[in-house]
Write a protein that binds this ligand. Structure first.
Ligand code: PEP
Length: 259
């Protein structure tokens, strides 16, 4: 069975004091959860502190972005070795806000994934269609192109840790969530695409998260879908109680599945 991941994307929220407070509350709330991988992706300025706070706990930290070069004259950029040095084990790559506001493309996503894998961190590759694309009936085509473009030239053996996050752009930060059926349809397509591109065993093992207005009252029905292996959660990860609640709901669901 695939181990679920619940990851909080704190985006550009929380100064260092607020981040410490929230991280402490999350750590206390989830300390006894064993069957869910819990990841917090705070802003770069909070990574070092949170990386230390979570040492020895069941919470990992991740970056929200990275640059593909290891070092150099790239003012304002952060490399993967730098992320690793402050305790990151995951990196979100290709979030739709990066694609929309910062010119990220499938090609830059591809290069960033290579850089993340080279340092043995886990890439969380985000893909998803806009509202216009969905309304034009192009969802599966768009997502397929993004997945293929992001993973171009990789061998299956390089991608063992890859995590894919399906995040319909129209559902991010809007309060509109994809129905479990809409999400499952895309997740199933991505999984069969992975079987085609790599192998059935790879497809069976790769974890595919859903993101887009996940909250405590809809996390259960989404996680119950067979091809949804966790969530990438923005707004609702900024409140400890709700985030802990979503981790626990997921944990319980998976404990029942196993039992
Ligand atoms: C996200 O930022 O990845 C996200 C899914 O945001 P939200 O949960 O706020 O829609």
């Amino acid at each position: 069975m695939r181990r679920p991941i619940i990851s909080g994307n704190w985006k550009m929220y929380k100064d260092i004091n607020e981040a410490i407070e929230l991280a402490n509350a999350v750590k206390r709330g989830v300390f006894d959860v064993e069957n869910v991988e819990i990841v917090i992706c705070p802003s770069f300025t909070n990574l070092s502190e949170l990386g230390e706070m979570f040492v020895g706990s069941n919470v990992s930290v991740g970056g929200q972005n990275c640059y593909w070069e290891k070092e150099g004259a790239y003012t304002g950029e952060i490399s993967v070795p730098m992320l690793k040095s402050v305790g990151c084990s995951y990196v979100i790559v290709g979030h739709s806000e990066r694609r929309k506001y910062f010119g990220e493309t499938d090609e830059t996503v591809n290069r960033k994934i290579a850089a993340v894998l080279e340092e043995e961190l886990v890439p969380i590759m985000c893909v998803g269609e806009t509202l216009e694309e969905r309304e034009a009936g192009k969802t599966l085509e768009v997502v397929k192109d993004q997945v293929v473009g992001g993973l171009r030239n990789f061998q299956e053996t390089q991608l063992e840790t890859l995590v894919i996050a399906y995040e319909p752009v129209w559902a991010i930060g809007t309060g509109k969530t994809a129905t479990p059926g809409q999400a499952q349809e895309v997740h199933a397509m991505i999984r069969s695409l992975m079987a085609e591109c790599f192998s059935p065993a790879f497809a069976d093992a790769v974890r595919i998260l859903y993101g887009g207005s996940v909250k405590p009252d809809n996390v259960g029905e989404l996680m119950a879908e067979r091809d949804i292996d966790g969530g990438l959660i923005g707004g609702a990860s900024l409140k400890a109680e709700g985030f802990v609640d979503m981790v626990k709901t997921t944990s319980q669901l998976y404990a029942e599945k196993k039992g």
